[in-house]
Design a protein around this ligand. Structure first.
Ligand code: 3PG
Length: 399
């Protein structure tokens, strides 16, 4: 793929796919991280003399305008992050939008405009990656820049089709994401450890099967670990688990053994009778979970073992919490392991990359996110990449 710097952007309309699909509550953006992370790309386009025309989706409208999912809601946060005004074009994609863009550019004179188009998913052709819609989008620009790694698992018009119609390049954020992921699983410094946590094995089967062939150590935590413990014949009381996946868990353990990947499950457990903050809890050995108790976190011995293991590794990929991190004190294992990863990273001993779903929230809560080498903005795309899948949005840029 080409970098932004390799393109001639002077005087060009640069259709820039960004992911500003951010959480909103009470009409306000509650976490602007994704918006802040596109600023370098927008500024680089402006500095190179181009007009950034931002294309983005928001939520999952049903292929028709839905006022509740207008990108207008993110406009103030976008303007704040960029430190400048943004023109919001609500005219339909086609002649209407093309003329409005032309008049904004003609009027704006010396101060190059930044333009945001309305939610691209208001059109059925977007998710269908339909030819006519791709052509209509392409007619709005001269160059295509994809800066939305976190939407690159979608083969949509704005993430895939456009790359085949206009001279295309990766934006700065896309480039940063791809280099971080390459460092973590492409050609990583070994040994490589992966932390995979979260509630369910069923949502991460492909991911686990791929990781056992790629990493040297796989640390499994959260509710998923219960399913593995159960598969090994360990009593897990009333713990959340997918008992019907015991055979699958055993198959993954066998695959790991064949591939030379060591699986690390908790060696001690934090158990409680109730799932609520500060519920009375105790620490037990892994085969001593009382029949009326549930496992809510890995215990201190497990954390010590993870800390010791990370000290021997050079690369870490992290996805998902190690315990019920939303409810203290069951965030203790996640916090302990994440903080150690940050310390080792700061000391230059570890390359640490995290992403996907709850991961960023868990690392933020641990105060460790800033200490990681790289925290991806992606949810589903990060998981698909960890599963070893080709992401259509990246493939369309040329690999
Ligand atoms: C995300 O929030 O992970 C991306 O913006 C992709 O959104 P989607 O799952 O609706 O395609």
């Amino acid at each position: 793929w080409k970098r932004l710097e390799e393109m001639d952007l002077r005087g060009k309309r640069v259709l820039t796919r960004v992911d500003i699909n951010v959480p909103v509550s009470d009409g306000r953006v509650s976490d602007a991280t994704r918006i802040e992370r596109i600023v370098p790309t927008v500024n680089a386009i402006l500095e190179a003399g181009g007009t950034p025309i931002l294309l983005a989706h928001f939520g999952r409208p049903k292929g028709r305008p839905d006022p509740a999912l207008s990108l207008g809601v993110v406009l103030p946060a976008l303007e704040r992050a960029l430190g400048r005004g943004v023109f919001f074009v609500e005219a339909p994609i086609g002649d209407g939008a093309r003329e409005e863009i032309a008049s904004i550019r003609a009027k704006d004179g010396a101060d190059a405009p930044v333009i945001l188009l309305e939610n691209v998913r208001f059109y059925p052709g977007e998710t269908a990656n339909e030819d006519g819609f791709c052509d209509a989008l392409a007619a709005l620009g001269d160059v295509y820049c994809n800066d939305a790694f976190s939407a690159a698992h979608r083969a949509h018009a704005s993430t895939e089709g456009l790359a085949r119609r206009l001279p295309a390049c990766a934006g700065r954020l896309m480039e940063a994401e791809l280099s971080a992921l390459e460092a973590a699983l492409g050609k990583p410094a070994r040994p490589v450890a992966a932390v995979v946590g979260g509630a369910k094995v069923s949502t991460k089967l492909d991911l686990l099967s791929n990781l056992v062939t790629r990493v040297d150590h796989l640390i499994i935590g959260g509710g998923m670990a219960n399913t593995f413990l159960h598969a090994q014949g360990v009593a897990i009381g009333t713990s959340l688990a997918e008992k019907d996946l015991a055979d699958t868990a055993r198959r993954i353990l066998d695959e790991a053994e064949r591939a030379g990947c060591t699986i690390h499950l908790p060696v001690d457990l934090v158990v409680a009778r109730e799932f609520r903050a500060e519920a009375p809890h105790e620490i037990v050995a892994r085969d001593e979970c009382p029949p009326d108790a549930m496992i809510l976190d890995a215990g201190p011995e497990s954390v010590r073992a993870i800390v010791e293991l990370l000290g021997r590794c050079k690369t870490l990929v992290w996805n998902g919490p190690l315990g019920a991190f939303e409810i203290p004190p069951f965030d203790t294992a996640t916090n302990g392991a994440a903080r150690e990863a940050a310390v080792l990273t700061a000391a230059g001993q570890l390359v640490s990359v995290a992403g996907g779903g709850d991961t960023v929230a868990a690392l933020n809560q641990a105060g460790a996110a800033d200490g990681f080498s790289y925290v991806s903005t992606a949810g589903g795309a990060f998981l698909e990449w960890m599963e070893g899948k080709t992401l259509p949005g990246v493939a369309a840029l040329g690999g």
